[in-house]
Design a protein around this ligand. Sequence first.
Ligand SMILES: CC(C)(COP(=O)(O)OP(=O)(O)OC[C@H]1O[C@@H](n2cnc3c(N)ncnc32)[C@H](O)[C@@H]1OP(=O)(O)O)[C@@H](O)C(=O)NCCC(=O)NCCS
Length: 448
Amino acid sequence: MSTDIENPVPSTPSASDQVNWFRNSSPYINAHRGRTFVVLLGGEVLDTPRLPTLVHDLALLNALGVKLVLVHGARPQISQRLEAAGLESRFEHHTRITDSNALEAVMAAVGALRLKLEGLFSMGLANSPMHNAAIQLISGNFVIAKPVGVRNGFDYQHTGEVRRIEVDAIRQQMDAGNVVLLSPLGSSPTGELFNLNAEDVASTAAIALGADKMIVLGDGIRVEDSEQRLLRELSPQEAGRLLGEERFTDSAVERQLTAAYHAASNGVARAHLLDASEDGALLKELFTRDGCGTMVTRETYETLRGARIDDVGGILELLEPLEQNGVLVRRSRELLENEIQRFVIIERDGMVIACAALYPFAADHTGELACVAVHPHYRNSERGLQMLRYLERRAREQGLKTLFVLTTHTAHWFREQGFDPAGVEALPEQRQQLYNWQRNSKVFVKRL
Ligand SMILES: CC(C)(COP(=O)(O)OP(=O)(O)OC[C@H]1O[C@@H](n2cnc3c(N)ncnc32)[C@H](O)[C@@H]1OP(=O)(O)O)[C@@H](O)C(=O)NCCC(=O)NCCS
């Protein structure tokens, strides 16, 4: 009998890993059901071998009750067609000038891409994830366009802008369980066709539909800070500032971030930018706690930031009622002033409405999460979660491997955020000595 020792099989997740993964996903499944997502697939993504897998993931979202509008780009395909015909692609300010030859190429490219996507959404082989899915992908004259016209002396000819989105017609299709496909081509009331910018179609549709999310999938999209670190979350103002710095050498990222900025500034709660070259990026972003892309979110008047000395008064006010009823251990003003750099706060219109602190125990590669509090008027909107994520990031940056928390009232909240129960012996030595046996707090630990 042969053994597998010489030729180990690559490890596949065990059944219990899969069960755990499924269980951990269920809050997200519930949260996304019945929501409207507008998903933009950049033209470059439609030519990659990953497209069928991506379509499977979209089909899964549809099966989980997400109302989907799919928008596709077609830039590279249009350029390829023009090149094959020996014609030049002409751009002004990153916008194609569409003459009548280019319009032919646009129509041919868009037609071919629509058919390609229809084909992929119809797949249903017995051994594929689409078996029994039977999804209808509906396209039509849902986007009404108007010409860009002549600007700075350039006549953009058949290049247009979105004038209106046929919201009711799209909603009817979504309510019937269909996925709606929008192309970067719109018709005008005069019966002409106009070549549109796919990012513009996606953000305008997301705003008009009051979508809960707009998700942009582009090949290699990465929005980074000046030290090449992925930016996970931006407010619309921060996104606007980044765009103003004009430091994106890749015009695709610039267009996509502009669309996210536009959507998030106009009522779309969250706009996500994801790198489609990462396998499963869409599902990771939607069904795991940390996601994998950049999110632009509209909390314009609320900021999450490190606390400063002049926040001490606000933090004390927030903590006092919780200290009085024994949820939190009392901290004096003096102590808070000394430890203020450990705190993060959420400020809303100048008021501290939430706080949390991280006390690192560097030698033990762990840190204590403490003073997690959200003002009662502002609970249940994931502010607690946002602060936790922020501090987890801070802890990782400091090289910590675990976080622990001591709690008497809030055990379940921490468990839901991935903390596991542990004994007092799991605490760093130094912290064990300070453990208050009378208070008898429960200890929870989370691996980072
Ligand atoms: C715990 C706390 C920080 C959460 O803040 P938040 O911004 O409301 O949290 P989120 O929106 O991320 O999570 C809300 C969810 O947690 C649940 N939750 C809140 N407090 C909880 C608790 N004590 N036990 C179990 N679940 C709790 C809510 O019911 C809600 O769940 P739901 O959406 O299924 O209804 C906030 O409730 C608070 O300030 N509590 C008092 C202070 C406290 O207990 N701090 C911990 C000290 S160790």
